[in-house]
Design a protein around this ligand. Sequence first.
Ligand SMILES: NC(=O)c1ccc[n+]([C@@H]2O[C@H](COP(=O)([O-])OP(=O)(O)OC[C@H]3O[C@@H](n4cnc5c(N)ncnc54)[C@H](OP(=O)(O)O)[C@@H]3O)[C@@H](O)[C@H]2O)c1
Length: 303
Amino acid sequence: MSASVYTTSAKVVILGAAGQVGHALTELLEQAPGIEPVPLNRRQLDITDASAIQDQLSRHLPDYVVNCAGFNRVDAAERQPDRSMAVNRDGVGQLAQACAALSIPLLQLSSDYVFDGHYASGYSEDDEASPLGVFGRSKWEGEEAIRRALTQHLILRVSWIFSARGDNYLLRMLERARHEAVIEAADDRRGCPTSADDVARVILAILRQLTCGINVWGTYHYCGAEITTRYGFCEALLAAARQYEELKVQQLKPVAAANLNALAQRPASSVLKCRKLLATFGIRQRPWRSELQRVVREIYGEH
Ligand SMILES: NC(=O)c1ccc[n+]([C@@H]2O[C@H](COP(=O)([O-])OP(=O)(O)OC[C@H]3O[C@@H](n4cnc5c(N)ncnc54)[C@H](OP(=O)(O)O)[C@@H]3O)[C@@H](O)[C@H]2O)c1
């Protein structure tokens, strides 16, 4: 490889750097030749603070901003709609405006929850958004705010993120499996789990191609390969965890999502079709099952 490939480096500001994807992306970009990550957590930059956004972006003048920050607690969003909208819609909107003023492209993470879940065969990028709850609406309105403010944007919708850290379904179910004899998981909610590390891999692959100056702005989908249900994911999780620990759980019960009494309504099927990402960037879906094994190894301290 010629030395000139790495002579210029792309500076990438990562917002929400302490979250699942933000952390995974920071670790990955720190190892990536030709990329200089600038990770900022919420304390360093709160995206609801417009002047702080301007200050930080003017100070760092990055080549790209990747926004991994978000208010992601789906049930809490129903109780705190103002907070959800302030971060996911208004914060994202002012971030896009600040990026536009400085001509900085923005890569924004969005969610499968912008859809209502009625398409069992899966959603492509041009299917109509129709969120069921406050969280999904706030993510959709955040997307729209970006589209209005900034041409140079890439919105990447992802789904069912898991990792060995933070607040996620995998860690919550594992904790319950350690302390409860019977746990329940919805067998009528379909989707594709995706590891945070896998999302980071996809973002890096996208950034690599953006640095070539190609015009690929727009909206894309990415999720792990293989459709499952929450029940199917839990079954795989428990099998993987039992290799390391005797769990208290004796029974994993399949139930209808409606019986779980969650505050927010969630899409019944939120499978994302990822063909556009493959056609544009050549990025393939990685199977979530192998990622799950790796994450469980990490949880039990075996890297
Ligand atoms: N998790 C999923 O299953 C899922 C599914 C689909 C899409 N997504 C999207 O993927 C992205 C990354 O998700 P994730 O799971 O990595 O999220 P996460 O673990 O919840 O991390 C989000 C981070 O954003 C920070 N944050 C919250 N409000 C902020 C603000 N006003 N300013 C700056 N930072 C703020 C949080 O800090 P605090 O912890 O201090 O609040 C947290 O560190 C998000 O856009 C999310 O909507 C996630």
